[in-house]
Design a protein around this ligand. Structure first.
Ligand SMILES: Nc1nc2c(c(=O)[nH]1)N[C@H]1C(S)=C(S)[C@@H](COP(=O)(O)O)O[C@H]1N2
Ligand SMILES: [Mo]
Length: 425
């Protein structure tokens, strides 16, 4: 039985291009074929992909993102795409796959579930001392294991980063997201714990490090290798999934097809897409993604950086475009969502006058960990002109969004109350 593939089945062009890219990244053998010949082929397949009439999904090699990015839904930011909050108005609790933000360090690889393998290896698996004891699982092997389903957000640690600059005047590095680098989906897959135990987890294991099959990430002229980040064993055994479905469909190419890691409540980088192997280690592991990146640096943080980031901050967003207009004297209903990595959001206060007065919003979801709580509040504006809408969430860990977020050089975990500009006409 063929494995399910997302919309837009890979045809031969994809297959060829994928193979060639695998060769480029050292994953494919090319015995008896010259490098020059393969490079010529690579150029040719890139040209074929741009010919008219080629399905959109054939652009994987020349576009970082495979799915369509209509401008009314997305703000494109380099190899990434941010969801517009106004596009979420009228959608349900779960973000539709077509609207889900994409964060790619390089480009979406178009993989085939039929020849995908997950390899577990390393000193944290049982076997004779010193031996690497690899254990492999195919797509069908995973699908044959007990399945679990859970609703969870994936949010980039840098979501909201631009407000460090626009609200606080601070200079930070990284993608200038507003608040659209988050989505909530219903994920289905197997527990990472089940796979680790089947692979022969040793009592000495301390870290597991999933690694993506996308290309090496080159930053500032330095090749940092493939995207990978260690996860402490305690979290790996707790609630982490190897997900193969997103909102009832096979994972879309851009979101990790055929299988991604899903680490509830934690920074998005932990949820490695297109996972190809997992190192299980009896020693702590390091990668650029838990040393150089995804720690807090700057004057308010420990010398040499804080601990690797884990849980996401508390945030709120209105389902509105920046600069939305409202008619004076009419009753409007403001909608929004709030979330936190520390616990369910149980209270949201909203100000429609730039922060002078606050009213509690009505919650539309039973607050749950790892996902957002939707809310609304009626508003009949009277004063004409520009104003700001503000929302402040509180979670069960008693974290309330502050007026100002503590800065860090890379602009992670912005949790300050965002001032959303609107005008009354
Ligand atoms: N293999 C791989 N996994 C990855 C990434 C990547 O570039 N490559 N980006 C990470 C980051 S920084 C985020 S925020 C999430 C984004 O997931 P999404 O694109 O499905 O929204 O994927 C994470 N997993
Ligand atoms: Mo991210």
């Amino acid at each position: 039985m063929p494995s399910p593939t997302p919309a837009g089945h890979p045809h031969e062009t994809h297959y060829d291009r994928r193979r060639l890219h695998q060769w480029l990244t050292g994953e494919a053998r090319a015995d008896g074929v010259t490098r020059r010949r393969l490079l010529t082929l690579l150029v040719a397949t890139a040209a074929a992909g741009t010919a008219s009439g080629t399905p959109r999904s054939a652009h994987a090699a020349d576009r970082a993102i495979v799915k369509p990015l209509p401008p009314q839904w997305f703000i494109e930011r380099g190899t990434n795409a941010e969801t517009r909050w106004e596009a979420l108005r009228g959608t349900g609790h779960h973000t539709p796959n077509e609207l889900f933000f994409v964060r790619n360090h390089t480009a979406t690889p178009v993989l085939d579930a039929d020849d995908w393998r997950l390899r577990l290896w390393g000193s944290g698996l049982r076997g004779s001392p010193g031996e690497d004891r690899p254990r492999e699982f195919g797509y069908d092997d995973l699908r044959a294991l007990p399945a679990v389903t859970r609703t969870a957000f994936v949010e980039c640690a840098g979501n909201g980063r631009s407000y460090f600059t626009t609200q606080q005047g601070q200079t930070v590095t990284g993608t200038s997201w507003t608040l659209g680098a988050i989505g909530v989906a219903r994920w289905r897959g197997v527990r990472l714990a089940d796979v680790l135990r089947r692979a022969g987890l040793s009592p000495d294991a301390v870290d597991v490090q999933p690694r993506g099959l996308d290309a090496d990430y080159v930053s500032g002229g330095e090749n940092l290798g493939r995207v990978r980040r260690p996860l402490p064993l305690a979290k790996a055994l707790d609630d982490v999934l190897l997900a193969y479905e997103m909102n009832g469909e096979p994972l879309p190419y851009d979101h990790g097809y055929p299988v991604r890691v899903l680490v509830p409540s934690w920074v998005g980088i932990a949820s490695i897409k297109w996972v190809g192997d997992i190192e299980v280690s009896a020693q702590p592991l390091y990668s650029p993604w838990n040393t150089t990146f995804y720690r807090l640096f700057g004057p308010s943080h420990p010398e040499g950086g804080g601990a690797p980031l884990t849980r996401q901050a508390t945030k709120s967003a209105f389902e509105l475009a920046a600069g939305a207009t409202f008619t004076a004297g009419q009753k409007h209903v403001l909608h929004g969502r709030s979330w936190s990595g520390a616990g369910p959001v149980t209270r949201v206060d909203v100000s429609t006058d730039g922060g002078a007065n606050w009213r509690p919003a009505h919650l539309h979801d039973r607050p749950r960990a790892g996902t957002w709580t939707r809310w609304s509040l009626g508003w009949r504006p009277d004063a004409l002109g520009a104003t700001h809408l503000l929302a402040r969430a509180t979670d069960t860990a008693d974290r309330t969004q502050p007026d100002t977020a503590v800065p860090n050089t890379q602009g992670y975990l912005f949790d300050g109350v965002v001032r959303h500009p609107v005008s009354v006409v």
